[in-house]
Design a protein around this ligand. Structure first.
Ligand code: ZN
Length: 117
């Protein structure tokens, strides 16, 4: 008979299923979902081929459902607005970084021409 284990997600005790004695996560749907997401994320980071297949199946799915994004945008205007705002902040940060780089380059150029004189 197997001993109770503690689920790493919800921290409650559970008995492994007799069909899956290796079970390490309890059977609550929420915990199983997290287990799958974690597995997927780890696999993406460690397995280049898995990553490639995931990218391709995403691309294929988008090609087969061209209206999905349009519909999603219509149904989630708040989310679209949030995404737009985040993108705006990323753009702004990039511009600031670029400006700082340009400034440094100008300073370097000045120093350079001074030393040449
Ligand atoms: Zn759990």
């Amino acid at each position: 008979m197997s001993l109770p284990r503690r689920c790493p997600y919800c921290h409650s005790f559970f008995l492994p299923s007799v069909y899956r004695p290796q079970q390490s996560v309890c059977s609550r749907p929420e915990c199983q979902r997290r287990r799958r997401t974690d597995y997927h994320r780890k696999k993406l980071a460690s397995d280049a081929e898995y990553h490639q297949v995931a990218l391709e199946s995403q691309k294929q799915w988008r090609e087969e459902h061209p209206d999905y994004q349009k519909q999603w945008r219509r149904q989630n205007p708040q989310q679209v607005e949030n995404n737009r705002e985040r993108q705006r902040q990323r753009d702004q940060k990039r511009r600031l970084r670029q400006r700082l780089l340009d400034k440094n380059n100008v300073a370097l150029d000045l120093k350079h021409s001074v030393s040449e004189v």
